[in-house]
Design a protein around this ligand. Structure first.
Ligand code: IMO
Ligand code: MG
Length: 432
């Protein structure tokens, strides 16, 4: 009956979408539990190449329900566009369900996100500018609008004027921006309601029913543990909980539902936006990573070049602990092909002291210098491999090095962006 969580273990962009598309063959439900369209999940299979921002990555399988849970914030314009796009490409969008309790990212949230970032100047967080932070802020402030309210727009029409009035005070008095025209918002609501109504349901019932039926569920993480509002490098974080606890509150699950919690780690590290990144490398060394492989290191949501660094074992151990990972999924191993050696950060130096514990405080972390171990590389190519027996000895050694460093066994290894370019080192979902 179990649910298997697939969670970003670094700063996002670990390749979660590809892994979930691979695993979804054996699941009847794939469910997103946090974040919004700040996520960009690239999926490549026989149906083509997709970049999902809101739609769960199980949508390419015909019999899988794709649930957007109550913990997600939903920009209706983006969801409608994604639904229309996959329908145009021959996929079945009727499998998409959005929780009536998911909060809406309103146009003023997007506007406020961008105004706030501009105001922050040098201390900008480097958000995706998609209104995610302001939408969660309103949720916590108890002034948010939930998707279910689109089912009765009359009530919403009564509630909106007061909300808009408050937003207009902020927009005009604090940011000197133009006020929102409430008629424009009403028009949006009228457009969203009929398009989204068929998808709005009590999502937790679908999840509960699948568990009761003994079916497999994949919990699709977005962002990464180090971007978690509570456990990440605050304030350079996203405004939700991508870590495992977010899956419980974001879908209404109990801990006994879990069959496994897998952390997705890139074979090196990347980060988009501001904030500390101890193993960061620059210049041409970083460009080699950025331009390697069929899909380069550029943000799937904003197109920004990603910051690049070596694998960070200190951060990796921390994220395994706060999530209770029982296995590690290693992605983009092929990008390390052809190197004489690969650097792995095994500890930090902080004020002359060697430390092995991750300092969560962003100011302290900024002062940490990585202590590297050089692991021998491999000359053979791993790109596209799916047979574990064909993995070259050097690559196998690297995988085993990471397993020991994190004290977490590897389950899947990804050797390319396509679904089939996946090595099952140890199965995540047991054979039926
Ligand atoms: P996936 O699911 C990479 C980063 C942003 C910024 C910070 C806060 O593709 O791994 P936000 O817009 O969330 O308020 O921005 O978080 N960020 C991501 N980076 N991949 C993501 O999602 C991200 N979602 C947010 O770059 O630094
Ligand atoms: Mg991303």
């Amino acid at each position: 009956m179990p649910a298997y969580a697939v969670i970003g273990a670094q700063w996002g962009d670990e390749g979660k979408g590809k892994i979930i598309d691979f695993l979804a063959e054996r699941a009847t439900v794939v469910a997103r539990y946090s974040g919004g369209n700040n996520a960009g999940h690239t999926v490549m299979n026989e149906h083509g190449t997709f970049k999902f921002h809101l739609i769960p990555s199980g949508v390419c399988w015909p019999n899988t329900a794709n649930v957007i849970g109550n913990g997600v914030v939903v920009d209706p314009n983006v969801l409608i566009e994604e639904i229309e796009d996959i329908e145009a490409r021959g996929l079945d969008a009727s499998t998409i369900v959005v929780s009536d309790r998911a909060h809406i990212v309103m146009p003023y949230h997007v506007q406020l996100d961008q105004l706030q970032e501009a105001r922050r100047g040098d201390s900008a967080i480097g958000t995706t500018g998609r209104g995610i932070g302001p939408a969660y802020l309103d949720k916590v402030d108890r002034s948010g609008i939930r998707i279910g309210e689109l089912l009765d727009t009359e009530d919403l029409t009564l509630r909106l004027p007061e909300i808009i009035e408050r937003k207009n005070e902020i927009l005009t008095k604090i940011y000197g921006a133009d006020p929102i025209d409430i008629e424009v918002i009403f028009a949006q609501v009228r457009e969203w309601a009929p398009k989204l109504s068929p998808h709005i349901r009590a999502a937790e019932d679908i999840v509960a029913q699948a568990l009761e039926n003994g079916e497999n569920i994949i919990l699709e993480g977005a962002q990464g543990a180090l971007l978690d509002m509570d456990h990440g490098t605050y304030p350079y974080v996203t405004s939700s909980n991508p870590t495992v606890g977010g899956a419980l509150t974001g879908l209404g699950l109990g801990p006994r539902a879990f069959g496994g919690v897998a952390g997705v780690y890139k074979a090196y590290c990347t980060r988009v936006g501001s904030g500390p990144f101890p193993t960061e490398i620059f210049g041409e060394d970083a460009d080699v990573f950025r331009n390697a492989g069929p899909v380069g290191e550029f943000g799937a949501t904003t197109g920004r070049p990603r910051r690049i660094g070596w694998f960070d074992g200190v951060a990796g151990r921390y994220s395994a602990r706060v999530n209770g990972f029982d296995s590690m999924i290693i992605t983009r191993l092929d990008i390390l092909d052809g190197r004489e050696s690969v650097k792995v950060c095994v500890a930090y130096e902080l004020d002359g002291q060697r430390i092995e514990k991750f300092p969560i405080d962003a100011v302290l972390l900024e002062r940490c210098k990585p202590i590297y171990e050089e692991v021998p590389g491999w000359t053979e190519t791993t790109a596209g491999l799916s047979d574990p027996n064909l993995l070259p000895a050097g690559a196998r050694n690297y995988v085993e090095f990471l397993e020991k460093l994190l004290n977490v066994p590897a389950s899947l290894i990804s050797t390319g962006p396509e679904r089939h370019q996946t090595i099952v080192w140890r199965p995540i979902i047991p054979e039926a």
